[in-house]
Design a protein. Structure first.
Lengths: 267, 211
């Protein structure tokens, strides 16, 4: 279904967008299986309506919102972001949503809210992968509150002018273009504002491989492969060298969030 | 009486196995040529790695199968199967050198030293080379049967290294189903040899009078 939104040129990279077919058939969404093609094959069982999101924790105004109220909470805009997967590939995707900070304003976090925790739906009946032991379910991701407040952090409802396909995290997900893709929680059912650093899924599963921050950083290798370069899906082929990965995936405006931090240690 | 093919039948069997073993390669070529893969480079790397393991297992299965079935002619397929393991390993290594390092050997070697799972895979590949090189009848003669056999026992090291390489590759995603399955298969195939060797020494039932 169409989802109308005006492009915000301030948040649109010049890179050529990835083909819709590639962006919707090559996915990591382990709730539907671990192969890249699994989400596109199996996510049709996900029911995205009715859908409610609980927003709770260290906030003055906890809220439970259904997807329609969330869609109307702020004007939708289209942003073209680079997406860098921790596995070493990348895409360019026109997303539709609004800055997550709009939602933060509505719930008024208390002074104790230092982090935000996102929880993905984990329903075995709708998600065949939730039976597997690959991760502890539900999938949990998190951000420091200042990261969550950064205008780049996009609460996302659509892509390519349409509502999100199920395999891409319908009906709503985060998109954090300066972080590796897995940091952007999909099919969110709960958003908690918390005091302590959330225990995030991949970090719990392999703390030496996936840090809490997981900012795109060409200088910090994954233990099993280099992060210095990447392959752009649909563009880079056999006869081109892989392209260089950029610090913060090229989004240098987030650098001030991490000033004074040793990013090799806090990877 | 166990089935024993005539030379003509054996030639047919050999040709069929030869073509069957090439199918995965042609399937890859087809998928790439018709542009059906979203990320062909990774797919080729994974696929050739998997087929290397499959052929290592198949090659290691020849001896146990022969003993269980009495089909001694299976031995005549072993060299070809082993060479196919090497063929897919060579493709796998080439994808690594090509796609990951764009033929910069120095960079590739740095990666080999730096990442244990690659180190292990690389060692397994290097160990396969002498086996492939000495696979001809001429080399068997030159080395002498005993020494040749000893050299080719290297495969008992290569297969577990291959499993370890696969296991380690999957470790970060705790996706161990396939590595466990392959590990068990190799364990059974190697374990059978140990068991037979012991039984052979003590003369217990199950020993093979032909050894």
């Amino acid at each position: 279904a169409r989802l109308a939104a005006k492009r915000n040129p301030a948040f649109a990279v010049m890179d050529k967008p990835t083909e819709y077919k590639d962006a919707t058939t090559y996915n990591n969404f382990y709730e539907f299986g671990t192969d890249k093609s699994d989400p596109a094959e199996h996510a049709h069982t996900l029911r995205t309506r009715p859908w409610t999101v609980q927003i709770e924790g260290e906030v003055k105004k906890p809220l439970t919102l259904d997807i329609d109220s969330l869609l109307k909470l702020a004007p939708l805009e289209e942003r073209i972001y680079r997406l860098r997967c921790v596995e070493g590939w990348s895409m360019v995707i026109p997303w539709i949503g609004y800055s997550f900070s709009e939602l933060i304003k509505k719930v008024e976090p208390t002074g104790n809210a230092k982090y935000v925790e996102f929880t993905t739906l984990a329903d075995r009946k709708q998600m065949p992968g939730v039976g597997s032991r690959v991760l502890d379910w539900p999938y949990v991701e998190g951000l420091r509150i200042d990261e969550a407040n950064h205008p780049l952090a996009l609460l996302t409802f659509g892509m390519y002018g349409e509502v999100l396909p199920n395999q891409n995290g319908a009906p709503l997900r985060m998109v954090l273009p300066w972080k590796y893709g897995f940091k952007s929680a999909k099919s969110i059912v709960k958003i908690r504002f918390v005091r302590d650093m959330p225990r995030t899924s991949w970090n719990l599963s392999a703390p030496n491989e996936y840090g809490f921050f997981s900012n795109v950083n060409p200088n910090v290798d994954h233990p099993r492969w280099s992060q210095a370069s990447e392959r752009r899906i649909g563009e880079d082929s056999f006869f081109t060298r892989k392209r260089k990965t950029l610090m913060f995936n090229g989004y240098n405006e987030v650098a001030s969030l991490y000033s004074g931090m040793d990013l090799k240690r806090f990877f | 009486m166990a089935f024993a093919p005539t030379p003509r039948q054996l030639a047919v069997i050999k040709s069929c196995v030869f073509l069957l073993a090439l199918l995965p390669f042609f399937a890859l070529v087809y998928l790439v040529a018709t542009d059906q893969l979203v990320e062909p480079l990774q797919y080729i790397t994974r696929n050739t790695g998997s087929w290397t393991l499959y052929f290592l297992c198949i090659t290691l299965a020849v001896t146990p199968l022969r003993r269980l079935s009495g089909w001694n002619w299976l031995l005549k397929l072993r060299r070809m199967l082993g060479l196919y393991a090497f063929f897919y390993a060579l493709l796998h290594f080439t994808t690594f050198l090509w796609f990951d390092h764009f033929f910069e050997v120095q960079e590739m070697l740095k990666d080999v030293v730096k990442r244990p799972f690659i180190t292990v895979g690389f060692i397994a590949f290097v160990l396969l080379v002498p086996l492939a090189v000495t696979s001809t009848n001429g080399m068997v003669r030159r080395l002498g049967g005993k020494r040749w056999q000893l050299l080719h026992k290297l495969v008992y090291v290569i297969a577990p290294l291959g499993i370890l390489h696969f296991w380690w590759m999957r470790a970060g995603k705790s996706d161990f189903n396939k590595p466990i399955l392959f590990g068990l298969i190799v364990l059974v195939l190697l374990g059978a040899r140990v068991w037979w060797a012991r039984a052979g020494k003590t003369g217990k039932p199950g020993s093979d009078p032909r050894v």
